[in-house]
Write a protein that binds this ligand. Structure first.
Ligand SMILES: C[S@@+](CC[C@H](N)C(=O)[O-])C[C@H]1O[C@@H](n2cnc3c(N)ncnc32)[C@H](O)[C@@H]1O
Length: 241
């Protein structure tokens, strides 16, 4: 009697959209309805996840939701260890033949821990099936809330992170028309001062908690340059605004 080979499951990296529960795709919902386990990133400080809150109504009853710890650290060794530990945990489920979803805000391939998870899993098991399901990004939703055109005609758009300060902003400004800066909260004061020095304060809009309770669209950012915004905040900068 032959032994039936167990098929391995697929890991789906699901972009759940920027926060408004109506901005999740049908494709994401259809996959969420049938996965056996859901993963979400957790910081070392807490397990709360807006992404999990958004997907909860779409899951089968009793589907386990597990939080994978990704330390908020710049230490490459510490990070690599965490990615590997998490990848092994997820791989174990996939090898049991279970499909799994890793849920993340916005799009899973834009500044998401899913990117690290996918690459680490593929590094360990190149033949495992991993699929990204695109989501509406925070800055697309932010532009809609601000009523601001992101690009038109021949304009270019540069996306970058403010996590390491305003240096990239200074180096990029001469080479692009429009900019989106995510993760603005940590170096907020430095970023505000740099926008001022580059004469971009009037050309920038700050959007916080887009699509969530307490959403704010701040067009006069000078009036708010002293108050550090929440983690879920981004800047849209248009040179020709
Ligand atoms: C780790 S990145 C995730 C980006 C996400 N994958 C995307 O596609 O938009 C986190 C940053 O995204 C931005 N962000 C995500 N959701 C947001 C929201 N609802 N409102 C404003 N900014 C948001 C903030 O700049 C935050 O610091």
């Amino acid at each position: 009697m032959g032994c039936k080979k167990l098929e391995m499951g697929t890991l789906y990296g699901i972009g759940v959209g920027p926060g408004d529960p109506e901005l999740i795709t049908l494709k994401a919902i259809n996959i969420l309805k049938r996965v056996a386990v859901v993963y979400a990133a957790a910081s070392t400080k807490n397990n709360y996840s807006v992404a999990v809150e958004i997907v909860s109504p779409h899951l089968q009853e009793n589907v386990p939701v597990e939080h994978l710890g990704f330390p908020m650290s710049l230490d490459r060794k510490e990070l690599a260890m965490a990615w590997e530990e998490n990848a092994i945990k997820v791989l174990k489920r996939l090898k049991d033949g279970k499909d799994a979803a890793f849920v993340t805000l916005g799009d899973p391939l834009i500044y998401s821990t899913f990117g690290y998870l996918m690459q680490t899993i593929k590094g360990i098991e190149p033949y495992i099936s991993v699929q990204a399901i695109p989501g509406i990004t925070s800055f697309q939703a932010g532009a809609a809330s601000a009523g601001m055109v992101l690009t038109e005609g021949e304009e270019s758009l540069t996306l970058f992170s403010g996590a390491l300060g305003a240096d990239k902003l200074r180096r990029t400004i001469g080479h692009t028309d429009n900019m989106v800066m995510l993760k603005v909260y940590r170096n907020y004061k430095e970023i505000m001062d740099t926008l001022d020095q580059l004469d971009l304060t009037d050309k920038s809009v700050l959007i916080s908690r887009c699509g969530l309770d307490g959403e704010e669209v701040i067009k006069d950012i000078k009036s708010r340059s002293d108050k550090v915004p929440p983690y879920l905040s981004l800047l849209l900068i248009k040179k020709k605004r």
